[in-house]
Write a protein that binds this ligand. Structure first.
Ligand code: AMP
Length: 415
């Protein structure tokens, strides 16, 4: 594979898979254009080189073709403003060859939502798995997916994947298309390159001690990640709602705290595995508990093994803030996924803030810190600390699958 910086795209047609799956309000105004801005380094590189830039993306989950609500035409004006030139639009991603042929150096063309076609995802529409006709439909779709992919590839001399957010999907535009380009004509975009580098720093080239902080509400949704991290980390801080499943499994009284009663054995086996592998697994030693699930509820600080009947755990307590903070500040590699309390309520955000502060301090002292996966990103943004950590991932599901140890199709296809 080539590095995007090694190529001069002048006069070349370059198709870039971006993630423009942006949130829109009821009038189709973009409410957050982070994803568009994140693709700008790659977009600028191609335009400034004098390349002919063809952008392709999905938007939402359309189920038919066309599907007005999910049309990428809604983002054209905003995209043109951000790019600084008029972006042309091909209202059918399968019928864009004339528009591509008419492009001049430096031009930008956006293709209509790839997911208007079932071929993009390769998922049969209208028939459920197991129903009559599904197998035939799947077979036919596999065939037409080849044509779909070939048509997209035919538009360009180079393929760039800059959509880390969909890198865990083996879709036509994120993975299959790469087969139509040789190693010198396919590459990661700048955003994807940064994401891949960040994942490598926590999965392969690890500087120790390595601490992972896993929070959020449930242990069941994080089990594959926790199992894989147990083979990599020195310290594993488990916090958030899942704390109480562990505390109950250890014989504690957890009051009204959220708990997955069918995961008590799993919690104990995680504790055993950590011991076996010599991982320092750290759980909260005190908790801020509340008599109601709201910001102004009455609170107390108690031992999470002994929570009064009418109370529930909402955040870590002051002793735990220090305990977690010390582990984090002594680390050289840090991965954070999931808040350690109900951070959406200000009165229960102190624990998550303390974690963010400790990560910022460790980063200042030379640690590499990666924040990723939904709510921890929202946390660092809420505390205005996103620019004080090493990297904030843009890919929720993709990042989590990478941390589970899976090879992402979008990354593998380029390699
Ligand atoms: P997840 O999507 O699994 O990462 O969970 C994130 C959510 O977990 C956030 O909305 C937090 O409010 C929630 N959460 C964190 N700690 C707790 C807790 N002690 N009780 C209930 N929810 C929590």
């Amino acid at each position: 594979m080539k590095n995007i910086e090694q190529v001069i795209f002048e006069g070349k047609r370059v198709i870039v898979r971006v993630d423009f799956n942006v949130p829109l309000d009821e009038n189709f105004n973009i409410t957050d254009d982070t994803r568009i801005r994140a693709a700008m380094p790659t977009i600028n590189k191609v335009i400034n080189d004098g390349g002919r830039l063809i952008l392709m993306s999905h938007l939402g989950r359309p189920k038919k073709n066309p599907d007005e609500k999910y049309s990428l035409k809604h983002i054209i004006n905003h995209l043109s403003k951000v790019v600084g030139k008029e972006v042309a639009f091909a209202d059918d991603c399968m019928k864009a060859s004339d528009k591509v042929a008419a492009m001049q150096n430096g031009d930008v063309l956006l293709l209509e939502n790839l997911r208007f076609y079932a071929e993009e995802e390769g998922k049969v529409r209208g028939i459920e798995k197991g129903e009559e006709g599904y197998d035939e439909a799947k077979k036919a779709l596999k065939e037409s997916q080849k044509e779909f992919t070939k048509t997209l590839a035919s538009y360009a001399d180079y393929y760039i994947n800059d959509a880390f957010g969909t890198a865990h999907r083996a879709h036509a535009s994120t993975a299959l298309i790469a087969d139509y380009f040789d190693a010198d004509h396919k590459m990661y975009g700048f955003l994807m390159g940064k994401e891949v580098e960040a994942v490598n720093k926590v999965m392969k080239d690890i500087k120790r001690p390595f601490t992972a902080i896993m929070g959020g509400s449930k242990v069941s949704t994080k089990i594959d990640i926790i199992e894989n991290l147990l083979t990599k980390v020195d310290n594993l801080i488990l916090c958030g709602g899942m704390t109480y499943t562990f505390k109950k499994a250890l014989g504690g009284n957890i009051g009204k705290s959220i708990c997955e009663n069918d995961k008590l054995d799993l919690a104990l086996s995680i504790l055993d595995k950590a011991k076996e592998k010599g991982v320092n697994l750290v759980l909260a030693v005190d908790a801020v508990v509340a008599d109601d699930f709201n910001n102004n509820a009455n609170t107390m600080i108690v031992d999470p093994m002994d929570i009064p009947e009418a109370y529930e755990g909402m955040d870590i307590g002051p002793k735990t803030r220090v305990l977690f903070g010390d582990v984090i500040k002594n680390s050289k590699t840090i991965l954070w996924n999931g808040p350690c309390g109900v951070f959406e309520f200000d009165n229960f955000s102190n624990g998550s803030r303390a974690i963010a502060e400790a990560i910022v301090e460790a980063t200042k002292n030379g640690a590499f810190s990666l924040i990723g996966g939904g709510d921890s990103v929202a946390c660092v943004n809420k505390f205005n600390m996103a620019d004080q950590v090493s990297y904030v991932s843009t890919g929720g599901g993709a990042l989590l699958e990478a941390i589970e140890g899976k090879e992402l199709p979008g990354i593998a296809a380029i390699k």
